[in-house]
Design a protein around this ligand. Structure first.
Ligand code: C2O
Ligand code: CU
Length: 463
């Protein structure tokens, strides 16, 4: 006999519980639900059929999670997908057990099961959450959402907009998500690049604005592999934070702002376009530039422009790592189509490129194709590290460190802003530095998501 919902309610009432119990229980233990499930949404223009996506709470992007700095995020993640899953809270200086890496920091959450995420958000800023099991499929299907940690004192803006940039690889006839997630082409080239670009799930997002209005734009690149080159038109703006972390001083957006996969940028922009005109966030991918987000201007917020914005308040722990005392590490990235990798170690054995490819591996980190039993480095708490990254491939890669932010170190030894993801151009060598101050096992991988399972994944241990 199957229990229907009505049966359940009747027996609950008979037991004197009342239908309100589940809600009350939820409030008492403080865990709001976050459910991953399939849903059909009108992603494409109306002349197309709806698209089946996988979304958190059936939305694209997932529901915005917003807390004040220092507060806890508590979510009961329920998996209603036909696949194991887990949730990673990207960029949060998190307790390792809550990092959400299936198979590393927790067991995968099986279909029908749930997992309670409960962690503090120590840093204000723009973060995001996404699936971390078969992420090259699950994130592509739509499993991501914004995670906003508010400053104790909000900056002085008229309003803010969270803008989640994404691209989708869709079959143009059926309007459905192309399911060639594991295809060697996706793995061995630039990653899964979509043919349909959206902001907050819309291809034509339009946000009415007023002349001289001041907006905070929280940009999040949630795509699998696309690098978004962006420009402002009819807007004057400053970058005030990158990857969640405030810059020491606002930096004017002068030319192209490049946002790699997983990266975020917080902008403060003033609307300069005239009433009746449009301002735009422009996507400048050659040869065609198009409007990623349009801001039709009507009305006036104030007669004149405001003074330039102040910096956001710093987060705790933004110190510069000690370069002189730092442990030197090196990571050589190799492989991919048109690369010169001949062989690499897989499962402890040296294999030729063809053999690796036949097993689904196309890349290697320091000559290792699969993730090794031993970490790239075993670091002690508080140890400063400088890590040289050599991209010996012809493709760009977005390298992401879990659990800690780093700073790029220039040739002259100068520090760049704190980041959690760095875009490495083809053939480039760059250096990052950080203090290993968060204990646990932390992934360091390429956020071109199809590259991670095909050779571009390693990890660090901090004890
Ligand atoms: Cu946003 Cu391991 O990823
Ligand atoms: Cu990559």
């Amino acid at each position: 006999m199957t229990t229907t919902r009505r049966d359940f309610l009747r027996s609950a009432a008979a037991a004197g519980l009342g239908a309100a119990l589940p809600l009350r229980a939820l409030a008492e233990d403080g865990f709001a639900a976050l459910t991953a499930r399939a849903a059909r949404l009108q992603l494409l223009p109306d002349s197309y059929p709806p698209t089946e996506i996988w979304g958190y709470d059936s939305t694209i992007p997932g529901p915005e999670i917003r807390v004040k700095q220092g507060e806890r995020v508590r979510r009961r993640f329920a998996n209603a997908l036909p696949q194991d899953s887990s949730v990673h809270w990207h960029g949060i200086r998190i307790d390792n057990a809550m990092d959400g890496v299936a198979g590393v920091t927790q067991a995968p959450v099986a279909p029908g099961d749930s997992f309670d995420y409960d962690f503090a958000a120590p840093d204000a800023g723009t973060y995001w959450y996404h699936a971390h099991n078969r992420s090259w499929e699950q994130v592509a299907r739509g499993l991501h959402g914004p995670l906003i940690v508010e400053e104790a004192e909000a900056p002085d803006v008229d309003r803010e907009e969270v803008l989640v940039l994404d691209d989708w690889l869709l079959n143009p006839e059926s309007g459905q998500i192309d399911d060639s997630f594991d295809h060697p082409m996706m793995m061995s080239h630039g990653g899964r690049i979509g043919n349909y670009i959206t902001t907050n799930g819309r291809y034509n997002l339009s946000l009415p604005a007023r002349r001289h209005e001041r907006l905070r734009l929280r940009l999040i690149n949630a795509s699998n592999a696309r690098i978004f080159p962006l420009k402002l038109s009819g807007l004057a703006g400053w970058i005030v934070a990158l990857d969640g972390m405030p810059l020491a001083a606002p930096s004017p957006v002068e030319d192209v702002l490049v946002l790699g996969p997983a990266q975020r940028a917080d902008l403060i922009v003033d609307v300069l376009a005239q009433e009746g005109e449009d301002a735009d966030l422009v996507h400048v991918d050659d040869p065609d530039a198009f409007s990623q987000v349009v801001f039709p201007v009507s009305g006036t917020a104030s007669q004149s422009r405001r003074a330039p914005p102040a910096a956001l308040p710093p987060n705790p722990n933004m110190n510069m790592p000690d370069l002189a005392g730092a442990t030197p590490l090196r990571l050589v990235m190799s492989g991919g189509a048109m690369g010169r990798m001949q062989s690499a170690i897989l499962n402890g054995e040296r294999k030729g490129f063809r053999e690796l490819a036949a097993s689904g591996y196309f890349w290697a980190f320091n000559d290792m194709a699969d993730m090794t039993e031993t970490p790239l480095a075993d670091l002690s708490m508080g140890e400063p590290v400088r890590l040289e990254i050599v991209n010996d491939t012809v493709f760009p890669h977005a390298m992401h460190l879990h659990g800690m932010h780093f700073r790029e170190v220039s040739d002259k030894g100068e520090f760049g802003p704190l980041r959690d993801t760095i875009v490495m151009g083809g053939g480039e060598t760059r250096e990052i530095a950080f203090t290993a101050d968060n204990p646990g096992d932390w992934l360091f991988h390429c956020h071109m998501l199809s590259h991670a399972p095909s050779g571009m994944m390693t990890w660090l241990r901090v004890t």
